[in-house]
Write a protein that binds this ligand. Structure first.
Ligand code: XIL
Length: 326
């Protein structure tokens, strides 16, 4: 069963995967054979290379070559690109995190960054994750240089700048807010709903959609019912949803038989919730090969192997579960 073919036949835009041109993936021909198979993956998201530290390493000096590579690889196999991301607390260059800012100077730097990047990639991007992970689990704003300097208004302002850039291009590029822990009811979910409404109410800002990152582990996942409810809370506000970074780590590696079953169930529940939600338009895994996943046991307290494929590119049981869910 081919996941993207199934998803597109069922009316979704795609089943896609993140990939990262900064790692060894692009020179791994076995990996690239799967990546390039449009029947399996119809979309890609660059895992790192469009983030601020890569694209504007010094103020006003833009380096777009890595992102260009992603767009070229995508075009070669007819994939759309979810461009990721314009404003985030992490993977910022030192000149941003360590700069001496006023409200006015940081807003100007943010506006330049957003508009230059959106205008450069143009309609090579199907969408942009304009602001990534602005919220804490307690529902407050994550402390970062933007929040500390500008206040909560940095979020709608970022959407305003992105929208202005899209308008000046005359292009239809979708603008998303992307986060984790917002997929089911709770304090952060409620805060994200309010944030969407703030953006919607902001003069000359626009938001098309919300990305549910959907990073889970076998020790904890959200049920299909809770995800369905989580999706409908957002779609009632008139935005579309996408599952943007799905992975489910095994609590230890190699995955035990019971972990593999739990992993398959969480993949199934997530994909199935999207399939049953008309306004959930696409699903993306945060890479498909355990070897290149960001969830490596050494960094995540033993957790690992969260993808649909093992390092030898044989498939986890979760692959079949996803195909069944679609
Ligand atoms: C991760 C990348 O996969 C890693 O390679 C990098 O070291 C850190 O960022 N949420 C996001 C993604 O929105 O951008 C993150 O990607 C994973 C969590």
């Amino acid at each position: 069963p081919y996941l993207n073919t199934l998803a597109q036949s069922a009316g979704k835009l795609w089943f896609g995967t993140a990939m990262d041109t900064t790692t060894r993936e692009v020179s791994d021909s076995a990996y690239m054979t799967v990546f390039n198979d449009t029947q399996i993956f119809g979309q890609t998201t660059p895992g790192n290379t469009m983030k601020w530290e890569f694209t504007e390493p010094s103020q006003g000096v833009f380096t777009f070559s890595e992102g260009d590579e992603t767009i070229a690889l995508a075009k070669a196999t007819g994939k759309k690109v979810r461009c990721h991301n314009l404003v985030w607390s992490s993977e910022l260059p030192a000149w941003v995190t360590g700069g001496t800012w006023t409200n006015e100077t940081l807003l100007a730097a943010m506006e330049t960054h957003i508009k230059t990047e959106v205008e450069y990639y143009g309609d090579g991007c199907w969408s942009w994750d304009v602001v990534n992970e602005a919220l804490d689990s307690d529902g407050g704003f994550t402390s970062n240089v933007f929040y500390e300097t500008i206040g909560a208004a940095y979020v709608p302002l970022a959407f305003q700048y992105a929208y202005e850039a899209v308008q000046s291009l005359g292009a239809d590029i979708k603008l998303f807010y992307n986060d984790y822990g917002i997929e089911y009811s709770g304090t952060k979910h409620t805060a994200a709903l309010a944030l969407v409404q703030t953006i919607q109410g902001w003069n000359n800002a626009y938001i098309d959609g919300v990305g549910f990152e959907s990073h889970y582990s076998t020790s904890w996942g959200a049920s299909k019912a809770s995800q369905l409810e989580g999706m409908s809370d957002f779609t009632e506000l008139g935005v579309q949803i996408q599952v943007t970074e799905l992975d489910v780590g095994c609590s230890s590696v190699p995955c035990s038989t019971s972990d593999l079953a739990t992993q398959a169930q969480i993949y199934y529940d997530t994909v199935s919730a999207c399939m049953d939600t008309e306004e959930c338009t696409g699903m993306t895994v945060w890479d498909f090969d355990d070897e290149y996943s960001w969830i490596q046991p050494a960094d995540y307290d033993g957790e690992g192997d969260p993808c649909l494929y093992y390092s030898d590119l044989s498939r986890h049981p979760a692959y079949t579960a996803v195909a069944e869910a679609i």
